[in-house]
Design a protein around this ligand. Structure first.
Ligand SMILES: [Zn+2]
Ligand SMILES: [Zn+2]
Length: 181
């Protein structure tokens, strides 16, 4: 299962962002507690465009993070409504662009649009591919009972169940102990 490179990059960012939330993250704490951590996440994904580097922007990103997390609880048809809303509210106008060392890829907002809005539009565009390709079930919530994390399963057999090796090992250990009685 392969999507276009920019789609996969955005989906990877989506999962990484959602999994910084308390209850999903490795530490159990919010892993984007402040502006520096947000900037580090953006740098990791080589996020282009406007950065205000202030608390207002951080708060907007966190609201967007919650909204994007909620999408994983939706079925494919429900997701369409949310994707269309995000595209419309962000006044998405897709165009091909090439910058830094990225080859031609889609943008749909101007680089000066607010960061959280660009995130929503970019994610919505990636989800357009996922929905059109009828691959919505590749985006899942982690099956570990004590984890709120999410995952993107691009594997051939689509059998990925956990957001991380950590969750997989923990659940295997619990099942093992249960078998021992
Ligand atoms: Zn770009
Ligand atoms: Zn997990």
């Amino acid at each position: 299962m392969r999507f276009a490179p920019d789609t996969e990059e955005t989906l990877a960012f989506l999962v990484a962002l959602v999994n910084t939330a308390p209850g999903a993250s490795r530490s159990g704490e919010d892993e984007v507690p402040g502006v520096p951590e947000l900037m580090a996440l953006l740098d990791e994904f080589r996020y282009s465009g406007r950065r205000d580097r202030d608390d207002a922007e951080l708060a907007q990103v966190k609201r967007t993070r919650s909204r994007l997390r909620h999408m994983f609880d939706l079925d494919r048809d429900e997701a369409v409504t949310e994707v269309n809303t995000m595209l419309r509210d962000g006044r998405a106008l897709p165009f091909l662009t090439r910058h830094d060392d990225f080859d031609w890829h889609l943008h749909a907002t101007e680089p000066g649009a607010p960061l959280a809005e660009r995130m929503r539009v970019e994610v919505a565009l990636a989800l357009v591919d996922v929905i059109r390709g009828d691959e919505w079930d590749r985006l899942r919530v982690c099956e570990a009972h004590d984890c709120d994390g999410v995952l993107l399963d691009l594997s051939r057999n689509g059998a990925k169940r956990y957001c991380s090796v950590r969750c997989g090992n923990r659940m295997n250990m619990i099942a093992y102990r249960r078998r021992l009685g």
